[in-house]
Every structure is written in C-alpha cells, then in structure tokens.
Design a protein around this ligand. Structure first.
Ligand SMILES: NC(=O)c1ccc[n+]([C@@H]2O[C@H](COP(=O)([O-])OP(=O)(O)OC[C@H]3O[C@@H](n4cnc5c(N)ncnc54)[C@H](OP(=O)(O)O)[C@@H]3O)[C@@H](O)[C@H]2O)c1
Length: 236
C-alpha cells in the first residue's frame, strides 16, 4: 500500500491516560517539554487528530449557522489553493468542525494547512462551507471510515510521506487495529489521578469490530529525570 509511514506519539500518565487532572501537576512539566521537543524530531509533514481532539484545541469550535448551499456538490476530493507543505489532518467523519480559515497556527508550531477527512454522507452545506473558508477535504468512505483509503489519499494527493498520529485514543486505535501504525512513541509523565473516565492511549469505538490484540516490539527506552520515553515498532 502506498501510504505514509505512521508514528503514533502520545503523552500519558503512569496508568496510560491521555487526559485528566494529572496533567496540571508541576511535576509533569518535564514530560510536556519532552513530548513537544520529540515532536519536532520525527520529520513528519502532517499531524492527524480525531474529532474530539480537534475540537478541544485546533478547530474554531463547531460549524454553526452555516449558509445553505443551493447546488449539489459532487463527492470528489477538494484541494484548496494553499502555500504550505505542512498539514493538520482532521478526522471529522460527520462534518461538524468549524474553521475560520484553511490554516491553523499554534504557538511554537509551524503553520499548517487543514485537510478534513469526511464521509460521503456529509451535507452539501458543509462542503460549500469548507470550500469557502479554504479548507481541503478528502472522502474516506461512504458511511464508515476506511483508514487505509484515507492514508493512501494523503500520500497520493498531498505527498505526505511521514505522518504523526497524535490522538485521541479512538483515532489511535482505529489506525492500530487496521495495522496502519508503524511506530509508537509514548512519553510517560510521573503522575496519575485515578480518573477511570479519562481517555486512554487506545480506545476501541463501540462501532468497530473486536480484533486480535496489537503487539509491540521495544526499540528504545530513555529516562529523562522522572519522565520515561518508550519507543516501539508495531509487530505485524
Ligand atoms: N496526551 C496526549 O498526548 C493527547 C494527544 C491528543 C489528544 N489527547 C486527548 O484525547 C482526548 C480525546 O480522545 P478521544 O479518544 O476521546 O477522541 P478522538 O480520537 O480525538 O476523536 C474521537 C472521534 O473521532 C471520530 N473517529 C475516531 N475514529 C473513528 C472511526 N474509526 N470511524 C469514525 N469516526 C471515528 C469519531 O467522531 P464522531 O463521534 O463525531 O463520529 C470519534 O468520536 C482529549 O481529551 C484530548 O485532550 C491527548
């Protein structure tokens, strides 16, 4: 399959949680710094996020009160004019996220062009809205997401050769269970908060079938103060 090399990079508590109160402990600052500096070393031209993660920190909220589109828009991929070779891939199957422009610029991060990953069931209104704000979009399935198809399109249409999958847990598992992750990078912060409701690094969505467990092979282990960095390859 012609697809990007995929590295899943996450920061967790000692009990594998990717969100929660533990993150505000001052003792986690070292882990956050390590997580951020590692991101730059992976040489990836795109970062992929699930809908919840996008909404939590990257999109401009939800798309609300979007104008009606009178025309039927064909379900064909759309590449908006853009001047970046750095991308944020936003998996938004139902087409709910809002954007003020086709670019996302975050502190200490390179400017990135947004590629929305959609199902063909999204409305014409939403497609018209994305075209108007200058967000690119690709279709990755009719009524369910095909992650392999999505990666092939990212490779073919945008030339993405290395992709960082950076959450959340549902999106990470969708990729891992389809054998589409090559490396796993986990920064473990020296804290926990016992919140069983917080998302874990991998979360199987109810609508996905049970698959055999994923198995990993250790590539490197590093200790940075009280923080640990684990690197695995995924065993096929
Ligand atoms: N510690 C870290 O390094 C780190 C990094 C990133 C995020 N996070 C945290 O992770 C949490 C979010 O994780 P999450 O697992 O709840 O959410 P997520 O993976 O960000 O997004 C989940 C949503 O993405 C869509 N989705 C994912 N896989 C899909 C599939 N196979 N088919 C169709 N849709 C799919 C679904 O959207 P619909 O329900 O709309 O269909 C699903 O509800 C946030 O709290 C965030 O702060 C932590």
């Amino acid at each position: 399959m012609n697809r990007p090399y995929v590295i899943c990079h996450m920061l967790t508590s000692v009990d594998g949680k990717i969100d929660g109160g533990y993150m505000s402990a001052p003792e986690c600052a070292e882990a956050f710094a390590e997580y951020a500096s590692l991101r730059k070393t992976f040489d990836c031209s795109a970062t992929l996020y699930g809908t919840t993660t996008m909404l939590g920190g990257y999109s401009d909220g939800l798309a609300e009160n979007i104008p009606r589109c009178e025309n039927k828009i064909p379900r064909e991929d759309f590449i908006a004019p853009n001047d970046e070779k750095n991308y944020i891939v936003s998996v938004d199957p139902k087409g709910v996220l809002g954007f003020n422009s086709g670019y996302i610029e975050k502190k200490n991060r390179p400017r990135a062009h947004v590629i929305e990953v959609l199902l063909e069931t999204v409305s014409d209104d939403y497609l018209g809205y994305l075209r108007n704000v200058g967000v690119s979009y690709i279709f990755a399935g009719n009524d369910s997401l095909n992650c392999g198809f999505m990666l092939e399109k990212l490779y073919r249409s945008f030339g993405i050769e290395r992709l960082l999958a950076a959450g959340g847990g549902l999106m990470n598992w969708s990729l891992v269970q389809d054998n589409l992750v090559d490396e796993l990078s986990i920064v473990i912060a020296p804290a926990a908060d016992g919140n069983s409701a917080a998302a874990s690094i991998f979360e199987k969505a109810d609508f996905l079938p049970e698959r055999k467990p994923a198995v990993f092979q250790i590539k490197d282990v590093r200790k940075i103060g009280d923080t640990v960095h684990l690197q695995y390859t995924v065993k096929r």
